[in-house]
Design a binder for this molecule. Sequence first.
Ligand SMILES: Cc1cc2nc3c(=O)[nH]c(=O)nc-3n(C[C@H](O)[C@H](O)[C@H](O)COP(=O)(O)OP(=O)(O)OC[C@H]3O[C@@H](n4cnc5c(N)ncnc54)[C@H](O)[C@@H]3O)c2cc1C
Length: 477
Amino acid sequence: MKTPAEYLASLAQMKHNVWMNGRKIARPWEHPQIAPGVNIVCLTYQWPQEAEHQALATATSHLSGATINRFTHIHQSADDLQKKVEMTRLYCRETGCIQRCMGVDALNALSIICHHADGMFGTSYYPRLLDFIRTFQEQDLVGNAAMTDVKGDRSLRPHQQADPDLYLHVVERRADGIVVRGAKAHNTLAPYAHELIALPTRDMRAEDADYAVAFAIPADAPGITMIARGAAPSVKREMSAPVSSRFASVESLTLFEDVFVPWERVFMCGEWQLAGYLAETFATYHRHSYCGCKPAISDLLLGAAALVAEYNGIPTAHHVRAKLTDFIITAELVHACGLAASLKGQAQTSGTYLPDLVYANVGKFYAGTNIHHEIEVLQDLAGGLVVTMPSEEDYRSEEIGEKLKKYLAGPAGVAVEDRVRCFRLVEDLTASKYAGLLMVASVHGGGSPEAERMAILRSYDVESRKQLAKRAAGITQ
Ligand SMILES: Cc1cc2nc3c(=O)[nH]c(=O)nc-3n(C[C@H](O)[C@H](O)[C@H](O)COP(=O)(O)OP(=O)(O)OC[C@H]3O[C@@H](n4cnc5c(N)ncnc54)[C@H](O)[C@@H]3O)c2cc1C
């Protein structure tokens, strides 16, 4: 397993193709708005080295028997799935979003679908994928899941779009590989990943066969360009943005301009019948991951709410206690869905364990549709100072600072600086660029709420409930 230093050294070896704020970035991993994302990934290399975290942060490879980073593991049991959820919650309490889940979620989904494809079409995707996973585990690589296409007109299928490149597609098939063109959107951690793992974003029909494509490609391969956006503040201050100046993810719009992919890295090419199944299987894994990360966000919001209530002198007020309980209910219901999805997980034909689709989707849906309420409650308990507090420079000013401290005081016994730091935390979590990311990521990350509703309804046995109602109503036909 790599150490954080080895990970940083590996980034330095790569060719750089990342743009941000109108410029090509020479050393992306050091850029102030990208480094907070890199810091998160470094933690995923640090914890496997530490005895207290090893039980969750490492796993045993089913391919080599070696101890590997759990972010490279293919789940072999319900216990593996449960450990992923528990690990994700612990990592995300520190970082908000651990980012590295998506690459391994993509590999787990592929390990199921490639096996099916070989059975249905006589292809040899599964052994190819296992070769890739072996390397991924041995080198402890970071993978982005590049699934979401830019999609143009959402009411049209890929082949119906005015510009054929609005979904990633195959433009050439050669003896040694394929050439792909298009773009993938919102690619978390791609600017500091080793590999991009491309997957189809939706179900396809025969006319969309060129769009049914999945592969892995080094993130610095010729033809790939990333246009990145970071949630971290551009200027680091001592008190402001206490979370996002240390840990904040980066997403890119990733262009694939006639990128060559050798056959040994191609895991789907034209099998349109399985594109939707692959998209849904990835989404199930990723929503299962959300059942670990979203409770961690609720943990932090709950902690900040309890602290700010104390610093405002209202910790025992009835409405405060009720509101704190609401955070606990959200966190633990979502986490319970993750645990239930793990417990009900089942081995697929390849041996890979897949979490229960309904529980994984219900958990993500509940988290995503409650995040704005959680933020609202924290803002409610904090008061308007969250957005009107004078700047850190005023607080530190020799002329005006002392006056500011006098009027920012809270209850006796609470240091003014602690109160100010607490409000800076609440600002970072609820009223900053980073807060905006938290909210939209909770709603849309892993799929929109409507996509989750569709997945739940499609796989739920509504008919048996109808029969139940008929029996209850005494309807005999
Ligand atoms: C912070 C963040 C990080 C992300 N990271 C990644 C990543 O690393 N990799 C990755 O692949 N993706 C990533 N995503 C993408 C995420 O999965 C998508 O945002 C999500 O699937 C929604 O897609 P969209 O953004 O294109 O919105 P849209 O799909 O356009 O959704 C907008 C609205 O349109 C509705 N809609 C869409 N299509 C239809 C239709 N045909 N008919 C009716 N209604 C429709 C939706 O339900 C929704 O209400 C990330 C997203 C965020 C916010």
